[in-house]
Design a protein around this ligand. Structure first.
Ligand SMILES: CC(=O)SCCNC(=O)CCNC(=O)[C@H](O)C(C)(C)COP(=O)(O)OP(=O)(O)OC[C@H]1O[C@@H](n2cnc3c(N)ncnc32)[C@H](O)[C@@H]1OP(=O)(O)O
Ligand SMILES: CC(C)C(=O)C(=O)O
Ligand SMILES: [Mg+2]
Length: 515
C-alpha cells in the first residue's frame, strides 16, 4: 500500500465558486470538520486577497492541531509576506505559490516570456524558502503547457526550495490517459524530482476531474487536491469524498491508503452544503440524497434479498446511520449538544446555550426538530454577532387574488434606527424585495432565488437562498423561517449584510500591501 496525502482546498478554490462567500467563523467551522475528516493539508485561503481573508486564514492556522495549513500566493513578495503573516501561528505552516506556464497564460495574462516566468518562479520560491520548510509550487495550467518547458521550471523550482510540485489541470482540459502520462513524463525527465512530492489538482469542466485525479495516482502522484462536494471555480474541483471512497472501495485496483476518516464524510458534506449554499444534486455520487435510494421494484427486491446486489458502498462507512435520535420538546442539552457534534458543528459554551434556547423555542412550534432545523437555527443567529447589520423588525404583506400585493417592512439599520416603508410588486416576494430596495436605497439586482423546505411536513422551516448584485459586486444569503415571505426577506438582507462585511474588509485590505 502506498500512502497518498489529501490536500483540501474547499476554503480556497471551493470558495471561488460563483456566489459563495463564507464568513470567517463559517470557514473556521469547516476547517474544524476538515481536520476531523482527516485531511493532511488544508489550503485555508488566499491571504493577500483582503485583510478579512488574511485574518480568517490566521484564525484557522492558529486552531488546527494536526494538518498542515497553507495559504495561496502569487509569485511575488507581497503575496508571500501575506501568507507568512497568516500562517505564522500554525502548528504546521506552509505556502502554496503558483505561476502559469501555458503559452496562452504567459503571453496574454502574465505578459511574460517563458524565461521571465522561470526567473519569477525561481525567485519567489527562493524568497519563500527563507521562511518556510513546506513550499508547494504549482505550474498553473500545466496540462496546456509545453512538457519540456514544464520539466525545466520544475527542476529549477525544486533547486530553489520547492518541496511539493503540483501539476494543475486548471481548466479541466486533460484526459485520464494523458494526465497519467504527464506524471510519468515529469518523473522520467526531471532529475531532482525524487526530492519532492508530486500533486494532482483537477477541475471538472469536462466531467473528468475525479477520473483524472485517480489516473494521476496511477501515474505516481503522492498528493491529490480537491474540495468537499466538488465545489469550486466554474464546474468545480475534483470531489474529495468521491476520490476517498473510490480509493477505499477499489483498494484492490489502486492499492492506496489515505488517512481520511470516511465515517465523517456525510457530516463534512452537509456542513459545506449548508454554509456555502451550494446544494448537492440528488444523484451526486457518495453524498447525493439518492446515492443510497432504491426506487425500482427489481432493485428493491434485490437489495432486500442481499444488499450487495445493488449497493457497493456500505452507508455506515460514510457516516449514514439508520438509527435516528429524535430531538423534540422533551430533549435536554446533552442530546442536543451530542447532535450538534454529530454533524460537525463546533460550539463554545455561550453559543451552545444560545442555540439550545432557540431549539427549545422551536420545539414549542414543531413536533420534531431535525438536523436541518438545527443547522438553520445556527446559521440564522450567527451573522448578527459578527458585524453591524440590517435586521428585519417588521413584515406585513397583503395578498389576494384580485389585489396588488403590498408589503410594509421595518428594518433596523446598522446605525440602530428603524426605517419603515411600503411598496407593491407583481407577486408577494417581489413586493417584499421592492420594499427592502426602497429602504436600502441601493441598486440591488436579484440574480438567483431558490426555496426549499428543511424537512418534510407542514411544520417544516422554509429555507430561502438568494444571490444578488449591487454595483457589480455579488453576494449570496440565506433566510430560514416558518414563513416563506419572512425567510425571503431575511435571505435578501443576509446577502446585503454579507456584502457590507466584505466591503468593510475590502477597505482594510489596503493594509496588506504594507506587510
Ligand atoms: C487558478 C486559480 O485558481 S488562481 C487563484 C485565483 N483566486 C483569486 O483570484 C481570488 C483572490 N483574488 C483577488 O482577491 C484579487 O484578484 C487579488 C487581490 C489577488 C489581485 O487583485 P488585483 O491586484 O486587482 O489584480 P487582478 O486580480 O485584477 O489581476 C491579477 C494580476 O495578478 C497577475 N498574476 C496572476 N497570476 C499571477 C501569479 N501567479 N504570480 C504573479 N502575478 C500573477 C496578473 O497578471 C495581474 O497582473 P497585472 O495587474 O499586472 O495585469
Ligand atoms: C492555484 C492553482 C493550483 C489552481 O487552483 C489551479 O490551477 O486550478
Ligand atoms: Mg484550481
Amino acid at each position: 500500500m502506498r500512502k497518498v496525502d489529501i490536500f483540501d482546498t474547499t476554503l480556497r478554490d471551493g470558495e471561488q465558486s460563483a456566489g459563495v462567500n463564507l464568513q470567517s467563523h463559517e470557514k473556521l467551522e469547516i476547517a474544524y470538520q476538515l481536520e476531523r475528516y482527516g485531511v493532511d493539508i488544508m489550503e485555508a485561503g488566499f491571504p493577500a486577497s483582503s485583510q478579512g481573508e488574511l485574518q480568517s486564514v490566521k484564525q484557522i492556522a492558529e486552531n488546527m492541531k494536526h494538518c498542515t495549513v497553507l495559504g495561496l500566493a502569487r509569485a511575488n513578495h507581497k503575496d508571500i509576506d501575506a501568507v507568512r503573516e497568516a500562517v505564522k501561528g500554525a502548528a504546521k505552516p506552509g505556502i502554496h505559490i503558483f505561476l502559469a506556464t501555458s503559452p496562452v497564460h504567459m503571453q496574454y495574462k502574465l505578459n511574460k516570456t517563458p524565461k521571465q516566468v522561470i526567473e519569477t518562479a525561481v525567485e519567489s520560491v527562493r524568497y519563500a524558502s527563507q521562511y518556510f520548510s513546506h513550499i508547494q509550487f504549482s505550474a498553473e495550467d500545466a496540462t496546456r503547457s509545453d512538457w519540456p518547458f514544464l520539466a525545466e521550471i520544475i527542476e529549477k523550482t525544486i533547486d530553489a526550495g520547492a518541496t511539493v510540485i503540483n501539476l494543475p489541470d486548471t481548466v479541466g482540459f486533460t484526459t485520464p490517459e494523458e494526465y497519467r502520462k504527464l506524471f510519468e513524463y515529469v518523473q522520467e525527465n526531471v532529475p531532482n524530482i525524487h526530492r519532492v512530492k508530486l500533486s494532482a489538482h483537477c477541475h471538472d469542466d469536462l466531467g473528468m476531474a475525479v477520473a483524472n485525479t485517480l489516473a494521476a495516482i496511477n501515474g505516481g502522484a503522492s498528493q491529490i487536491e480537491g474540495t468537499i462536494n466538488g465545489i469550486g471555480e466554474r464546474a468545480g474541483n475534483a470531489a474529495l469524498e468521491e476520490i476517498a471512497v473510490a480509493l477505499k472501495i477499489r483498494q484492490d485496483a489502486y492499492k492506496i491508503e489515505t488517512q481520511i476518516d470516511l465515517s465523517q464524510t456525510v457530516r463534512t458534506s452537509k456542513l459545506v452544503t449548508k454554509l456555502t449554499g451550494m446544494i448537492v444534486p440528488q444523484n451526486k455520487a457518495v453524498v447525493g440524497a439518492n446515492a443510497f435510494a432504491h426506487e425500482s421494484g427489481i432493485h428493491q427486491d434485490g437489495v432486500l434479498k442481499n444488499k450487495q446486489t445493488y449497493e457497493i458502498i456500505e452507508p455506515e462507512m460514510i457516516g449514514l446511520t439508520s438509527n435516528k435520535m429524535v430531538l423534540g420538546k422533551h430533549s435536554g442539552s446533552h442530546a442536543f449538544n451530542e447532535k450538534c457534534k454529530e454533524f460537525g458543528i463546533y460550539l463554545d459554551k455561550k453559543d451552545s446555550r444560545k442555540l439550545f434556547k432557540a431549539f427549545k423555542d422551536l420545539t414549542a412550534k414543531k413536533k420534531e426538530v431535525t438536523e436541518d432545523d438545527i443547522f438553520a437555527l445556527m446559521m440564522d443567529s450567527s451573522l448578527q454577532e459578527t458585524s453591524p447589520t440590517y435586521q428585519l423588525e417588521l413584515l406585513q404583506v397583503s395578498y389576494g387574488s384580485h389585489v396588488v400585493p403590498t408589503t410594509t417592512i421595518g428594518i433596523r439599520t446598522p446605525e440602530g434606527n428603524v426605517v419603515q416603508e411600503s411598496a407593491t410588486g407583481k407577486g408577494s416576494v417581489e413586493s417584499v424585495y421592492n420594499t427592502i430596495d426602497r429602504i436600502l436605497n441601493q441598486p440591488v439586482t436579484l440574480t438567483d432565488y431558490r426555496i426549499q423546505s428543511t424537512t418534510d411536513g407542514i411544520d417544516s422551516l422554509a429555507e430561502v437562498y438568494v444571490q444578488i448584485e449591487i454595483e457589480g459586486a455579488s453576494s449570496s444569503g440565506r433566510g430560514i423561517e416558518h414563513d416563506v415571505l419572512e425567510a425571503s426577506a431575511k435571505a435578501y438582507l443576509d446577502a446585503v449584510n454579507r456584502l457590507n462585511v466584505k466591503e468593510y474588509f475590502g477597505e482594510q485590505a489596503k493594509g496588506v500591501s504594507s506587510l
